[in-house]
Design a binder for this molecule. Structure first.
Ligand code: ADP
Ligand code: ADP
Length: 227
């Protein structure tokens, strides 16, 4: 089953009188449970595509079905609700809230679901333990290394049991040892049945993915055959 299906996705950014076409006709199918790497030169549209797949932004044109739901024309508020339920997103720059400890950072996505405080805390602790940070619950992001912060960000992304896990250059700010640890976590999540999509320049990640999709000038130039 295709968990992601896009047809002819176009994304334009308008800057005054200048129009930048960041995506120029993306047809993409990704099956449930796949581990996909997205690669391509800087400026080719990878982040823009990830933001659309992650329901952080909408395309200018084209259709996007996520889990058989048409999300490409949804108003912002509905899109945010879909994002909260179905998407886990990991950024290169972690994007944690600096004034909250890591337990609270990971509990945040559970606030929308109406789960009790006790259950939220238990679930966040469990996920932090799974990424090896069970002994750091009260630490703030600034008191952790880059690799540890990225593990917190992964815990936050998966705490809701999302349908897909998207990561935009998750090892880009890490040394190779920490990057390797992060790759192990994604590999483990994939082996548990999760759909994992990672934008990367990292050959170690690419070699572990089941499929590499290459993007150039806002188009897919290789890798969109999953049959
Ligand atoms: P990549 O992630 O592959 O480096 P991006 O998706 O960030 O590529 O960018 C694709 C193109 O869209 C580039 O030409 C970039 O300058 C442009 N772009 C990206 N974000 C914006 C934005 N917020 N406003 C205007 N142009 C943008
Ligand atoms: P990268 O990790 O690839 O450098 P950034 O962390 O700079 O990416 O974020 C990329 C874009 O995503 C920025 O335009 C930012 O405004 C947006 N963004 C970051 N975090 C969120 C979020 N939680 N919700 C919505 N948009 C976000």
């Amino acid at each position: 089953m295709d968990i992601i299906k896009t047809e002819n996705i176009v994304k334009d950014y308008i800057l005054g009188k200048i129009k930048v076409r960041a995506l120029n006709g993306i047809d993409l199918q990704i099956q449930k449970g796949e581990f996909v790497a997205i690669m391509g030169p800087s400026g080719s549209g990878k982040s823009t595509l990830m933001h659309i797949l992650g329901c952080l932004d909408s395309p200018t044109d084209g259709t996007y079905y996520l889990d058989d739901v048409l999300v490409s024309k949804m108003p912002k508020a509905s899109l945010a609700a879909v994002r909260n339920r179905k998407i886990g997103f990991v950024f290169q720059s972690f994007n944690l809230l600096p004034h909250l400890n890591i337990l609270k950072n990971v509990e945040l996505p559970l606030m929308y679901g109406g789960m009790s405080k006790r259950k939220r805390t238990a679930k966040a602790k469990e996920v932090l333990q799974n990424v090896g940070l069970g002994d750091r619950l009260k630490h703030k992001p600034g008191e952790l290394s880059g690799g540890q912060r990225q593990r917190v960000a992964i815990a936050r992304a998966i705490v809701n049991d999302p349908s897909i896990l998207l990561a935009d250059e998750p090892t880009g700010n890490l040394d190779s040892q920490s990057g390797g640890d992060i790759l192990e976590i994604f590999t483990e999540l994939h082996s548990q049945g999760n759909t994992v999509i990672i934008v990367t320049h990292d050959q170690a990640i690419a070699s572990r993915a089941e499929r590499i999709i290459k993007i150039k000038d806002g188009k897919i130039v290789d890798g969109n055959s999953n049959s």
